[in-house]
Design a protein around this ligand. Sequence first.
Ligand code: AHR
Length: 497
Amino acid sequence: MEAKVTLNTSFNTGQIDSRIFSGFLEHLGRSIYGGVYDPGNDLSNEDGIRTDVAEDMAGMNMPCVRYPGGNFVSNYDWRDGVGSERKPFPDFAWKTTEPNTFGTDEFMKWCKLVGTEPMMAVNLGTLGPAEAAALVEYCNLDTDTRWAQARRDNGSDKPHSVKMWCLGNEMDGPWQAGHMPAEQYALKARNAARLMRGLDPSIELIAAGSSGRHMATYLEWDRTVLETCWDDIEFISAHRYSTNAASNTPEFLAEGVVIDSILNDYAGLTAYVKGVKKSSHNVYVSFDEWNVWYKERGGVTQDGQWETGPALIEEVYNLEDALVCAQYMNSFIRRADLVKVACLAQLVNVIAAVLTRPDGTLKQSIYYPFALYSKNATGTSLTPVIDCPTYDAGERGEVNFIDASASFDEHTGDVSLFLVNRSVDQDVRVILDFSDRNVIGAGAVQVMTGEDPKLANTWEQPENVVPSTGFSSLENGVLTIDVPKLGMAVASGITTE
Ligand code: AHR
């Protein structure tokens, strides 16, 4: 099969914000305890941080990592996780015993080691604006005041300088500690935003949007929050976990259609509120939880039985999941004008890119597209016009076999193309038609593919689903890239003039 992708540098959605390649780490299951933090393990450093895990995380090239939750944050008192007096507490969200031995300061050390920036969520469930502001004081102020002094006493002389702050998590969900109606949350979030920014005007704030399109209050919740908080926030959050519970690969591989429609919803909603308010301020989308998650969900998979670091929701990721993850990133890149932050949920053991054992790590299939995209999608997002055959994807309609995004570095003239082939049985040769530039160098292509959509990496066979070198050719100025069936290709370093 053949497809044509047309690019023109004038047809773009602006600068790609590197923060769309951020991650998420929650106190959940073996994510922290037995995951990133494992004192006494030979692979851990003097702070108890697993260095092999940190190395894998560094390979993902994440500008920010969101922490400490998720549902966990809505009944978490950050003051229990700092200083020398650390007492365990029962975590409401996942029914585990939280030992509090890893807290804010440990997370800051971890971020430094990994080479990423912290993105902190505050508890607006069972705590409120005052405690949130105290955490901003603890992290960001250099004053001679109680919490800034406490940070110094706890060993961090310099402020942690946390820029991004989430105002609670999924407060629209009845499962959330402190769940409340939209009007109530909006007022609480606005009060918290004002107190927090009053202490540090340089911070950026993310209001908790709807926890998903499945919610009855989807968009109505967000509208209320935006109307109340518009001038006090920079972002509204969006969350989605994709499912192939029906085991219908062609339909699952059309997931990008749904991701695009969610982004369209938020583009419309933010434009509407901005228009109603006649505002010159913009509020962007922080898609701060996204992934595939359906195999290990509900019931016992989410009940920690009051253990510390139990194995919860340890989803095994396969090839088709990785191809859906690539489509999330294509959608975020294409909507560079709207999506400025996005966090893969999650990173370690729990619905994770990396699994751990006491003696090592295993990179799951979804690790690889993330690392390829985060390293190569820089510069301006070019809007690809795709001309290719389509297929019937059930409720998702007639869908292109090829999903694509592209980035362009104005300084070097280099282009990267990110391509997913949704066909389960046909390779696609993509012809690049660059209408306002000449392609002078083919660059390199990495592909990921396999015969079986359910193929996953295992401890015994860790390289079942990994990238390999792909094929492209440049003849008479025409670049073609082969995208294997059930596969993706990242063509980088394409040089143009
Ligand atoms: O990422 C797992 C959970 O999914 C998070 O804690 C919550 O925010 C979402 O429902």
